[in-house]
Write a protein that binds this ligand. Structure first.
Ligand code: FRU
Length: 311
């Protein structure tokens, strides 16, 4: 009797192992190569991915943070490809240098979702994010709609090697150049973070104090306000930013505090990227471009937006 019980017992263990998720029976592996995790917008993106992933019991999400190093991001993408993830999500730090790594993932037949920042070309499965050309256009139209007399404008760009900066600049300048009501007097090339604009802006306002400053994100817009405040110029210039994050250090609060005249909501797309990954994994059809809606937030709708986010 005892002799046949041992293999029977082993069989039971094997059966149980095959039912429980383990390292081998992995469900659906999603690898996310994040450009950096240093700011609240990125943190929000990751949080929404994690929350959305938790709604799908089979999804295993792994986030690798490249910490703003292109080399590290390429390595991390290669590692995900080598590990054979089921779906790869990437927010490329810069467009050009990350393109080949994404193309290699595509060659290895790993479905790839590009989020927020784009690569060169269209060699990926699908893109999710807002239309950054429209964001630039909306900022310019907003300035024009509030300008009774011809006004002067300064633009502070994000890192121009990353697609949102290039596209926001394109949209912004195309609308302004068509109008006699606004003159773009200077463009400062920032890098998405405050310190990049301080010295050039200080130098600029020695000679010209514009009516409006459009900064490509709210963190740099806050930097603009701090520079102006030091010279007691904060009430002479209207500042417009992008991102419209909810929370104490977000654009919505800055609009409420009248630090910014307006911010343009730039949704992170984190939750939507996970939904797309699941669809792709299940063989469902997805669009090549998944464009998220944006909206200008100013004193007129800021309470409404805050209440919406509160919920
Ligand atoms: C966050 C961020 C945002 C900006 C986006 C552009 O890291 O700098 O502020 O809108 O990236 O990719």
């Amino acid at each position: 009797m005892k002799n046949w019980r041992v293999p029977y017992f082993l069989l039971l263990i094997l059966l149980c192992l095959s039912c429980t998720p383990s390292g081998n029976d992995k469900g659906m592996q999603v690898g996310f190569s994040q450009a950096m995790s240093s700011d609240n917008w990125r943190k929000e993106m990751e949080k929404s991915m994690q929350v959305q992933s938790s709604l799908y019991p089979d999804v295993q999400l792994e986030i690798k943070n490249a910490n703003n190093s292109v080399e590290r991001q390429i390595q991390q993408i290669n590692d995900f490809v080598e590990a054979g993830v089921d779906v790869l999500i990437v927010s490329p730090i810069k467009s050009k240098p990350v393109t080949t790594a994404i193309e290699n993932a595509t060659k290895a037949e790993i479905p790839t979702i590009i989020i927020d920042r784009n690569i060169d070309g269209t060699n990926y499965t699908t893109y999710i994010g807002a239309n950054n050309i429209d964001i630039g256009r909306d900022a310019a139209k907003y300035i024009l709609s509030g300008a009774k007399n011809p006004v002067t404008v300064v633009q502070i760009t994000g890192d121009i090697a990353s697609s949102p900066a290039k596209e926001r600049q394109l949209g912004f300048e195309s609308v302004l150049s068509d109008s006699p009501k606004a003159k773009l007097v200077a463009t400062i090339n920032g890098d998405w973070e405050k310190p990049s604009l301080i010295a050039p802006l200080e130098k600029l306002i020695d000679t010209v104090v514009p009516d409006y400053i459009f900064a490509h994100n709210d963190r740099m817009a806050m930097g603009v306000w701090e520079v102006l405040k030091q010279r007691d110029l904060q009430d002479s210039v209207d500042i417009i930013g992008v991102d419209g994050l909810y929370g104490p250090n977000g654009g919505i609060q800055y609009v409420k505090d009248e630090i910014l005249l307006a911010t343009i909501l730039y949704p992170t797309g984190g939750a939507e990227a996970i939904d797309l990954a699941v669809k792709i994994f299940n063989g469902e059809f997805v669009q090549k471009n998944n464009i998220l809606n944006t909206v200008v937030i100013d004193s007129v709708n800021v309470d409404l937006m805050q209440n919406q986010f509160n919920k």
